[in-house]
Design a protein around this ligand. Structure first.
Ligand code: NDP
Ligand code: 8X3
Length: 256
């Protein structure tokens, strides 16, 4: 097993949902938690709670992963003790809209591509050279079942998650021989703020997504991420698909 004690784990999108649960799960295992998201007030609250509950070092900063200059500068400006990142959890991401492609909003497409694909690339590009130089590290991307299967009106969101799968596989090829591991954890339906964000704040429509079934919790996904990170150094968990028992595919969902 790989111990996470004193390892530096960087979680993007830690202000909510899966990212927040990952930060908590890694803190529980004794890791030092580095976190980023746009809502710094939430990160501040989480940082206090993690430090109090688990007694681990925590450092956070406000970041919009879509802004390449901001990403590069924030990581360069980290205090020296936070620079040697051991585990990067590329979690920041979102869906916007659920429209058939001919009706799609261009601004929704741009936000998804800029966050889920370009944001993940910008953060990885800033963190990876240090991992390569140190000869150790682990990148864990949060993909989705939407990167394996299409569903009607999923078009651009699914395309971004297919891209995450391609980038995870490509990165494994490019890092061969460096000792750095690359995993992707690809969940089905998880009850977070995801659907509310997708439906531009329509909480009623978002709640209906999870009606009548037992979705995954963000903690369920964090446990899968933790599993990847705690394997012995010679074991690379490449891809994990984790689904609610009530969800057989993106379109086949058992509702009671
Ligand atoms: P949430 O909406 O609860 O959390 C999304 C997180 O991403 C927030 O912390 C948000 O922080 C952050 N984020 C979004 N845009 C940016 C940005 N531009 N810069 C920095 N941070 C950003 O959703 P989930 O926890 O469900 O989503 C997390 C990941 O899991 C996403 O990649 C999503 O695609 C994936 N996923 C979700 C599933 C689900 O059913 N919920 C299933 C499969 C995958 P802030 O707004 O403060 O910036
Ligand atoms: C989120 C899961 O099926 O809503 O990635 O696209 S799904």
């Amino acid at each position: 097993m790989t111990s996470l004690k004193k390892m530096i784990v960087f979680v993007t999108g830690a202000s909510s949902g899966i990212g927040r649960s990952c930060a908590r799960a890694f803190a529980r295992e004794g890791a030092s938690i580095l976190m980023a998201a746009r809502r710094a007030d939430r990160l501040n609250d989480l940082a206090k709670s993690l430090a109090a509950e688990y007694g681990v070092p925590v450092y956070f900063f406000a970041l919009d992963v879509r802004n390449q200059v901001e990403v590069a500068q924030s990581l360069t400006a980290l205090p020296d003790e936070w620079k040697p990142i051991d585990v990067l959890v590329n979690n920041a991401g979102l869906s916007r809209g659920l429209d058939k492609l001919p009706d799609g909003l261009i601004s929704d497409w741009e936000e998804m591509i800029d966050t889920n694909v370009k944001g993940l690339l910008f953060v990885s590009r800033a963190v990876l050279p240090g991992m390569v130089a140190r000869g150790r590290g682990h990148v864990i991307n949060i993909g989705s079942i939407a990167g394996h299967e299409l569903y009607p009106a999923g078009n651009v969101y699914c395309a971004t998650k297919f891209a995450v799968k391609a980038l995870s596989r490509g990165l494994r090829l490019d890092l061969s021989g460096t000792n750095i591991r690359v995993s992707t954890v690809d969940p089905g339906m998880v009850e977070t703020e995801f659907s509310e964000v997708r439906f531009h704040g329509d909480a009623g429509r978002a709640a209906k997504v999870y009606q009548g079934l037992t979705p995954l919790s963000p903690e369920d996904v964090a446990e899968a991420v933790l599993f990847c990170a705690t394997r012995p150094p010679h074991v690379n968990i490449s891809e994990v698909i984790v689904m609610p028992t009530d969800q057989a595919s993106t379109t086949m969902i058992h509702r009671r």
